[in-house]
Design a protein around this ligand. Structure first.
Ligand code: F0G
Length: 445
């Protein structure tokens, strides 16, 4: 059960099926274009959508809004240093600002950043800084049904041969958990192996720590030798292996906004701070209000509560199993922050160029007012062909929806699965050159 109770509520928009069909048509079948008051259950993202605790709301009032040297910054800095052991703590307004500042300060033109999988903004910021983003996911990641516990691992052998071959690599960044790769965790053994290889070749090693606590919890559950560790101890060990991190704190900071860079290197921190001042804000607020820093200082401690993480992981596993029983096969094993429905198996008759995951997303909206996120050919395909997978991500905002809400999603999925054969795909009528999924207009094909 939820290890918390509800103190404040927000009514859900309830529309009729006709109203939803009309809303979707007006949105040109692109769920980004829906208004929030047209969505009943919003599983679009777990980013910035969490519910704060009473402690966090109370802390908000302690926000010190001084431009320089704010008390709130020093509280935030202490919490982050205790967690990561990294001496330099730079707040940013969200994760992608941290990425931009780190990569612009670190990478030389043509230098590569190597990752298990760069999140899409991470890749974009590597490229904007003149670098090259190379993804080396482990082999098991490609098997959506495979039961391997750590499908988020980076392919350490491939990293080794890349570096041995003399590749021009500026950094390695491991995304924990691997969002783009199905929300799969990375093992401590893999982080240790990457650290060792980076040491041998003199390459700095960073974490994309957006979901560090969820990764740490899954290590306690799945990795031999860690069953007796707390998630907090595992998280500290993960950070201890890295030279620094970038993080979107809109996830495991359990806050609505925030980002972070931590570093061991004084010299790199100095360069990042220069850019931070020019583009985000003075280093003691970095684009955030003092009240945000207060909220984050509590969120970063609350998030490693074992009862909270157990409930979160159990919910995702239960949700994936129920969806599967309803006829929506999911990527296994489930992680924490989302379940990923394999749209190809629900709609085998819809080819990738007709966007099966988008078709499923539209159907789920009309059926139950539920908004999910297409992770398939609409978002990641293009001139080079279709995306490797056609997934519908149903993200789980932190501490927001109860099992009753998710049961509604499962019932809606069952209704769709029963008529899957009659569901058709979509085609694009208008789209920009890049990042087309955000604004594309579609019609049923
Ligand atoms: N890294 C990872 C692993 C992420 O999942 C995200 C955001 C970012 C970086 C960028 O952080 O949004 O604070 O600038 N993921 C969101 C999502 C958008 O829905 O998965 P940001």
């Amino acid at each position: 059960m939820e290890p918390y109770k509800i103190k404040m509520i927000e009514p859900l928009p309830m529309l009729t099926r006709e109203q939803r069909s009309e809303a979707l048509r007006s949105a040109d079948y692109n769920l980004f274009r829906l208004r929030a008051d047209q969505v009943t259950i919003d599983l679009f993202t777990d980013s910035g959508t969490g519910a704060m605790s009473a402690e966090q709301w109370a802390a908000l009032m302690l926000g010190d809004e001084s431009y320089a040297g704010a008390r709130s910054f020093f509280r935030f800095e202490r919490v982050v240093r205790d967690l990561t052991g990294h001496p330099h703590v730079l707040p940013t307004h969200q994760g992608r600002a941290a990425e931009r500042i780190l990569f612009s300060s670190l990478l030389r033109p043509g230098q590569a950043s190597v990752s298990n999988t760069h999140f899409d903004t991470t890749r974009a910021n590597v490229e904007l800084a003149g670098g090259r983003a190379i993804d080396l996911p482990c082999e098991a990641a490609a098997d959506l049904d495979g039961k391997e516990p750590f499908k988020g691992d980076l392919d350490a052998a491939a990293l080794e041969s890349l570096l041995a071959g003399g590749a021009y690599v500026g950094c390695v960044i491991v995304t924990v958990t691997n969002n783009a790769g199905g929300g799969q965790p990375v093992s401590m053994a893999n982080l240790r192996a990457v650290r060792e290889i980076c040491d041998r070749y003199g390459v700095p090693f960073f974490l994309d720590a957006a979901r560090f606590a969820e990764n740490a919890y899954l290590i306690t559950q799945r990795e031999p030798g860690y069953a007796a560790h707390t998630p907090r101890q595992v998280a500290e060990e993960m950070f201890a292996l890295a030279d620094g991190c970038v993080a979107s704190l809109k996830k495991d900071g359990i806050a609505n906004i925030g980002g972070l860079i931590t570093l061991r290197s004084q010299e790199l921190a100095d360069r990042c701070r220069e850019l931070l001042i020019a583009t985000e804000g003075f280093p003691t607020y970095g684009g955030l209000a003092g009240r945000d820093l207060e909220v984050l200082a509590r969120g970063l401690v609350e998030v490693t509560d074992p009862a909270y993480l157990r409930h979160r992981a159990d919910t995702a596993a239960w949700f994936a199993a129920e969806l599967e029983a309803a006829g929506f096969p999911c990527v296994r094993p489930a992680g924490c922050h989302a379940v990923y429905v394999d749209a190809r198996r629900v709609l085998p008759h819809v080819p990738p160029e007709r966007f099966p995951a988008q078709a499923l997303a539209c159907e789920l909206y009309v059926e139950g007012g539920i908004r999910g996120f297409e992770v398939g050919t609409l978002s990641f395909g293009g001139p080079d062909g279709p995306a490797p997978y056609e997934l519908l991500r149903l993200a789980l905002p932190r501490r927001v929806y109860t099992r009753g809400h998710l049961e509604h999603v499962v019932r809606s999925a069952a209704a769709i699965a029963a008529r899957a054969g009659s569901i058709s795909g979509y085609r694009i009528t208008r789209a920009p050159q890049s990042l087309r999924h955000f604004t594309a207009e579609l019609v049923p094909a």
